[in-house]
Ligand binder design. Sequence first.
Ligand SMILES: *[C@@H]1O[C@H](CO)[C@@H](O)[C@H](O)[C@H]1NC(C)=O
Length: 257
Amino acid sequence: MATRCLFTLLTLTFVYSAILAQQTKPCEPCDPSKCPLTSDKECLAGLTLDRCGCCQVCAQRESELCNHPDIPASKQYEACGENLQCKIRADTRGAPREARCECNDQVEMCGSDGKTYRNYCHLMESSRLAKIEQKPLIKVFKRKPCDSAPEITLPPVSVSNKTGSNVFLTCEAAGVPLPVVEWVYTAPNGKQIVYPTDDDRISTLVRGGPNAHVLTSWLQIQSLQNNDQGSYTCVASNALGKVERSCTVSVETSREL
Ligand SMILES: *[C@@H]1O[C@H](CO)[C@@H](O)[C@H](O)[C@H]1NC(C)=O
């Protein structure tokens, strides 16, 4: 058993040093006819020349490791692709420092396919994939997220509380442009009230966040009364549409003697 372990270890060490040697071995005179065929179809970050400046290889993609002059590395990586830059990561607390390819253009943007991309490099990767699948290339439609119909990302939850208590309903809605949120109260008899109103006991509060293109709206009922019972609907709307989700508020009768 021990011999077998040792054998495996030796083999691994051998393979590993062979790989290392391959990566750091000196450049031979360039003979393009010996280059492996690399088509830009396979390379999502485009093509680059290998470290010897001879053969075309796939460039490193966003967030892949790269060689930075300030960080000694035992392994040689290909260069970062187009629109990418090798940057030292600031967030490797305690761990050894490392450098990764980072996109030069970090603006969120809308592609000609109607999808929102985190940055230009993500859009370009999708465009290269589209090319492989023989679909139309993706271009920058606008340097802003694409417009999107509202979506309720966190619907309000039904509550039950005693008369005189305070009740908060929360509704989170996403969309571009940012939706407007209203609350519609429907009484058991069908009568409706749209909040906000000038009522000081039942008020709404709205705040951007917690994420980009998301808004949180709260409906606060102070000193809950029996006639507050019913359904409360969060209605989010923007130019592209309208969506709603409901919950109920019920009042527990206090056991007062
Ligand atoms: C019920 O009311 C009390 C007192 O106002 C409050 O502290 C509590 O959070 C309420 N519970 C719910 C589920 O809203």
